[in-house]
Design a protein around this ligand. Structure first.
Ligand SMILES: CC(C)(COP(=O)(O)OP(=O)(O)OC[C@H]1O[C@@H](n2cnc3c(N)ncnc32)[C@H](O)[C@@H]1OP(=O)(O)O)[C@@H](O)C(=O)NCCC(=O)NCCS
Length: 137
């Protein structure tokens, strides 16, 4: 958990989750959280999903990040593949800053579509884009 929190700090700076927030996520692993870790001797990436126990409820991708030095080598894609493998038959939603081209490129490549926007949602006035994935037959 400490290694993930450290990487989160590196990737998100002031928007990083606090140690208490990470503890909360890990405590909920037995309940509705899935934490995926890319480990190459050191933690190089992670993803956090909210997977409600009720099948009809949507899954939310809460977080995904890869260490800056390891980006564009396929780790984010591997994390997405592992995440979506747990979402068969379900709908997955996520929220991303409109200017986050790398994340939007990643999500689009996995078949996520923009379904709505929250105008000026983020500090600084950036829009939040809501994207949805549904498994196609
Ligand atoms: C988004 C992120 C997780 C992608 O991880 P990654 O390991 O670099 O992704 P991959 O190497 O598996 O790339 C998969 C695909 O994503 C897209 N992609 C990744 N980086 C991109 C970029 N900078 N610009 C455009 N598309 C990009 C591409 O389609 C890429 O496929 P390709 O390399 O065959 O073209 C990473 O950039 C990151 O950690 N960003 C900071 C954290 C963040 O913003 N997370 C999302 C919000 S929670």
């Amino acid at each position: 958990m400490a290694a993930i929190a450290e990487l989160d700090e590196m990737c998100f700076g002031r928007e990083a989750w606090s140690a208490a927030a990470w503890e909360h996520e890990f405590e909920r692993v037995t309940e509705d959280r899935v934490v995926l870790v890319a480990d190459e001797g050191a933690v190089v990436g992670y993803a956090v999903l909210l997977v409600p126990p009720v099948e009809e409820d949507v899954v939310e991708l809460l977080r995904i990040a890869v260490a800056p030095a390891e980006r564009r080598t396929g780790i984010g894609g591997q994390l997405m593949t592992a995440a979506l493998a747990r979402c068969a038959g379900r709908t997955v939603l996520l929220e991303v800053a409109a200017g986050n081209e790398s994340a939007i490129g990643l999500y689009g490549g996995f078949g996520f579509d923009e379904i709505s926007r929250r105008r000026g949602y983020y500090a600084g006035g950036e829009d939040a884009v809501i994207m949805r994935w549904r498994e196609t037959a």
